[in-house]
Design a protein around this ligand. Structure first.
Ligand code: HPA
Length: 234
């Protein structure tokens, strides 16, 4: 048992799909996995382990933001021997060249966050996804004829802000979209020598105000969830 995840050793699979929202973890477990077991519900951050096409997979939430994913991904990697975490989230597009429902594979996450520096003495403000899972996702998407877009994104600590301007760091690295977790996940995986990737479905396009409504979200995320599960089979 770790500090924030109540599962016993051996109850979490080598590969974990990690949405932000615990209810999305439950939705994935109930709709895509068989022989599902709830292995942790500490703080209502749900973790499930089950079988996808016979292969053991876990799915559990990260919560929102860098501190939260920093904690959960670290404990998964270090306490439960997890090899690979695939974050599956949503993002806001900074450009109308991206459309709602587009699926992105993050090839770089830029952030003003000091997490990587103060946790691991990683000085870079832009990090790639460590290990082979990023390219495995690209290959799996190609085999499924899914248009997966490699994208540089901004991991922000801020959801609400005074200025509507695109933040400096996003301009500096030409980030096309914004979310709140990938940078910390990549920092942990880099430091610990593990695999991590972030898939994002565009849920809103900031310059046009277009967004996916709450009742569209479940079906909107299906292609991304299936892609992550298929890649996790390898
Ligand atoms: N900002 C940050 N994170 C997000 C957004 C956003 O606009 N949309 C979805 N995740």
């Amino acid at each position: 048992m770790s500090v924030h995840i109540a599962a016993k050793k051996g109850e979490i699979a080598k590969t974990v799909l990690q949405p932000g929202d615990p209810r999305r973890a439950r939705y994935i477990a109930e709709n895509f996995l068989e022989e599902v077991k709830l292995v942790s519900e500490t703080r209502s951050i749900l973790y499930f382990t089950g079988l996808y096409k016979g292969k053991e997979i876990s799915v559990g939430a990260s919560g929102m933001g860098v501190p939260s994913i920093g904690i959960y991904s670290y404990e998964l990697f270090t306490e439960f021997d997890v090899d690979t975490i695939i974050r599956i989230g949503t993002c806001g597009a900074y450009t109308d060249e991206l459309k709602v429902f587009d699926v992105l594979n993050v090839n770089n996450a830029a952030s003003e966050s000091t997490y990587a520096k103060y946790a691991w003495e990683i000085e870079e403000e832009i990090l790639p996804p460590p290990g082979h899972i990023f390219s495995l996702l690209n290959k799996t998407a190609e085999n499924r004829s899914l248009n997966l877009i490699p994208t540089t994104i901004h991991t922000s600590d801020i959801f609400y802000r005074k200025s509507q301007e695109i933040p400096e760091i996003a301009k500096k690295y030409n980030c096309s979209a914004v979310e709140m977790e990938a940078f910390a996940l990549f920092a942990n995986a880099q430091y610990l020598g593990k695999n991590a990737a972030t898939l994002l479905t565009v849920s809103d396009v900031i310059p046009t105000g277009e967004f996916i409504s709450a009742d569209q979200r479940e079906s909107a995320l299906k292609p991304m969830i299936e892609l992550a599960l298929e890649a996790a089979m390898n």
